[in-house]
Each structure stands twice: as C-alpha cells, then as structure tokens.
Design a protein around this ligand. Structure first.
Ligand code: ZNH
Length: 145
C-alpha cells in the first residue's frame, strides 16, 4: 500500500534522523505536555518538572528504545502490523498502556521532527509521515481487546 515516493520519504527521514537527539526529545516532550503519560514510568525516578524530565537518563534511554522500535517498522513497511504484534501484546497485557497514548506520542514525535527538518518537511512529506505513524499507531493498538 506504499508508493515509491512514500517509501523513499520514510527511509530518507529515518536516514537523516539523529536518534539520540529525536528519541529523548520526543519522549520528554510527551511526558511534559501530557503529564498523565508519566504514570507508566514510575520506576524512572524524578519526573517532577520539565528540567528533571529532560535531564533524566532513563527517559533519554527509553526515547531511543522507542525510536529503535520505529526503525523495525521502517524495515518491515509491508507488514508493520505483524512486526508489532509482540510489542502490542506487551503494551496491552503487561505494561497496560492506554492505546490513546500511542497517538499522543506519535503527535509529539511529528512536532519534534517538523521542527528539526524545517522547510524541507513539506506538506507532501508530512502527509507521508503521518500516514506512516497512523499505521504504526494502529499496529501498536492491534492486540488490545
Ligand atoms: Zn513503549 C517499552 C516501543 C509507545 C510505555 N516500548 C517499550 C519497548 C519498546 C517500545 C521497543 C521495549 C520493550 C522491551 O524491552 O522488550 N513504545 C514503543 C513504540 C511506541 C511506544 C514503538 C509507539 C510508537 N510506550 C509507548 C507509549 C507509552 C509506552 C505511548 C506510555 C505512555 N513502553 C512503555 C513502558 C515500557 C515500554 C512503560 C517499559 C519501559 C521499562 O523499561 O520499564
């Protein structure tokens, strides 16, 4: 269901992305702007204010982990749902993350990326990115009943 343009666009975004920068930025922004998402990270230590969240090494590490998860989706663009079956089960049954939060994180990630890429993040590229994230969010939620 992907055109050549869409495949190239997603690959190019991930090729240019600095994971060590974007992952922590997106997760920390999510925890700051949507504080209810903090409830899942009770073992991450101090999340009491924006500076604490941004300086928290566990948040940074986990931001990178989430992006590594997205890299799996890029590598398996034709079967994202199956690729995320196990992760969806983990988030549903073990972590008990409300699936609405996947869209929330996808949105903050979009904002972080748009800010990084600036004018080169054209409406066409953004539309492709949002389509990709929509498939990811659906796949992450696919094992919720
Ligand atoms: Zn998540 C974990 C991915 C979203 C919460 N995650 C995780 C991991 C991964 C991921 C890969 C690891 C696993 C293992 O270890 O095995 N995520 C992901 C993705 C996404 C997500 C891809 C989207 C897109 N998460 C999310 C959200 C939330 C979460 C939204 C909330 C809010 N996760 C989580 C938690 C965990 C995880 C809590 C666990 C952590 C620790 O370390 O403990």
């Amino acid at each position: 269901q992907w055109t050549d343009f869409e495949r190239q666009t997603i690959q190019s975004i991930f090729g240019k992305m600095d994971y060590d920068d974007v992952g922590p930025a997106a997760l920390s922004r999510c925890l700051i702007v949507y504080p209810w998402t903090q409830r899942y990270f009770g073992n991450f230590g101090n999340l009491s204010n924006a500076a604490a969240i941004q300086g928290n090494p566990k948040v940074a590490a986990h931001g990178k982990t989430v992006l590594q998860g997205l890299v799996l989706a890029v590598k398996n663009m034709d079967d994202i749902k199956a690729t995320f079956t196990e992760l969806s089960v983990l988030h549903s049954e073990k972590l008990r993350v409300d699936p609405d939060n996947f869209r929330v994180l996808a949105d903050v990630l979009t904002i972080v990326i748009a800010a990084k890429f600036g004018a080169s993040f054209t409406p066409e590229i953004q539309a492709t990115w949002q389509k990709f994230m929509k498939v990811v969010v659906a796949a992450m939620g696919s094992r919720y009943f």
